[in-house]
Design a protein around this ligand. Structure first.
Ligand SMILES: NC(=O)c1ccc[n+]([C@@H]2O[C@H](COP(=O)([O-])OP(=O)(O)OC[C@H]3O[C@@H](n4cnc5c(N)ncnc54)[C@H](OP(=O)(O)O)[C@@H]3O)[C@@H](O)[C@H]2O)c1
Length: 324
């Protein structure tokens, strides 16, 4: 028996999944109980040069991927559609799904999970903090806790820019360009610096923890692009740092969330988070305050979360229903 896997998208993340399936082949075979065979890769532009052996089936037709009858689909495309439609079709055909696509999942995750219930597993750890396993920690290791509040740095690009400005005295534009040069920021950085990326991730966390989301219009969402030099100076003079914080709290049954720059004093759990890292500071009623820190982006870190999701699904399904 082999496990048939397909990858949708062969950019940074899709290629990372491919690399892990190759380099960890023997280890994954032991963990999954059978070898994982790549049965196809879906791309947008077939004429792009790719570093792939000729034996790998690459197509721009999703139906051709489904025709391979994969057991699992790793989705690493960008945006809501056609991704949601693709994954809906996969779940209909009883194919496990693992996605990194936060934009799609923030909006359609609940529908996918409902559709998949008891049929197939849906893994989405990579959507929220890339390789930092916050969703698995919450669902598998903090089940008995009620999480009353979360404050988090969920956008590595913004954190990198803020750290460069405050630690190295760089200007915003210079810090952004350096982030782009080092591959931390995309050519169009709007989603990162305007706060939208952190917003999507916060909504996914909200759905997981509280089984609902505040109405999107009610959540103040500010980025880091309008912070003035005076604001940076004031924070620095008092030993504080400005960080881009996504927070959510349940108060009397109501969810209060915001995504915006905040001034943090040295005693705050997220004050020391510099560079491209993500960090999630949460309050569990039993465990107390807890901070999880790790890579918030990157090829192998994100693909790592996806492959771990797959293993969890494969090992536990259908014996146990997937917990998130
Ligand atoms: N990069 C990270 O560190 C990171 C971290 C966490 C989550 N994510 C999420 O992971 C997903 C992938 O990100 P990425 O950085 O790998 O993006 P990327 O480098 O831009 O790659 C996107 C891939 O998707 C393919 N694609 C786009 N539209 C398609 C369509 N309609 N049908 C088939 N294929 C299509 C592209 O095909 P072509 O190659 O033919 O253009 C490309 O291979 C995104 O949803 C992102 O938000 C990324």
């Amino acid at each position: 028996m082999t496990i048939k896997a397909a990858i949708l998208g062969f950019g940074t993340v899709g290629e990372g999944v491919y690399q892990i399936l190759q380099t960890k082949r023997d280890h994954l075979t032991k963990l999954a109980g059978a070898p994982i065979e790549l049965c196809g890769i879906l791309v947008d532009n077939l004429s792009k040069e790719r570093e792939l052996p000729h034996s790998v089936f690459v197509t721009d037709q999703y139906e051709q991927i489904l025709a391979q009858k994969p057991d699992v689909i790793f989705e690493a495309i960008v945006g809501e559609e056609p991704c949601f439609s693709y994954l809906t079709k996969a779940v209909d055909r009883h194919i496990h799904v693992v996605t990194a696509n936060k934009v799609m999942f923030a909006k359609y995750g609940t529908r996918l999970l409902e559709q998949a219930a008891q049929k197939v597993g849906i893994g989405y750890e990579a959507t929220t903090a890339s390789g930092t396993p916050i969703l698995g920690t919450i669902t598998r290791l903090l089940q008995a806790n009620s999480i009353t509040k979360i404050e988090a740095i969920l956008n590595g690009t913004s954190n990198y820019i803020l750290s460069s400005i405050q630690n190295e005295g760089k200007g915003f534009q210079e810090a952004l360009e350096e982030a782009q040069k080092r591959g931390f920021a995309e050519a169009d950085p709007t989603n990162d610096i305007k706060g939208y990326d952190a917003f999507y991730k916060l909504m996914i966390l909200s759905q997981l923890i509280y089984q609902s989301q505040p109405s999107w219009e009610s959540v103040p969402c500010e980025g880091i692009d309008h912070i003035t030099a005076d604001q940076f100076n004031d924070a620095q003079q008092q030993g504080n740092k400005i960080r881009h914080i996504a927070s959510i709290e349940e108060v009397n049954g109501e969810l209060h969330a915001s995504v915006k720059p905040q001034v943090l004093s040295p005693s705050h759990g997220l004050h020391s988070i510099d560079g491209v890292d993500n960090a999630i500071h949460l309050f569990g009623d039993l465990v107390g305050p807890l901070t999880l820190r790790g890579p918030g982006a990157g090829q192998l870190a994100t693909a790592s979360a996806m492959v771990e999701d797959f293993l969890y699904i494969w090992q536990s399904y259908p014996a146990k229903q997937l917990l998130y």
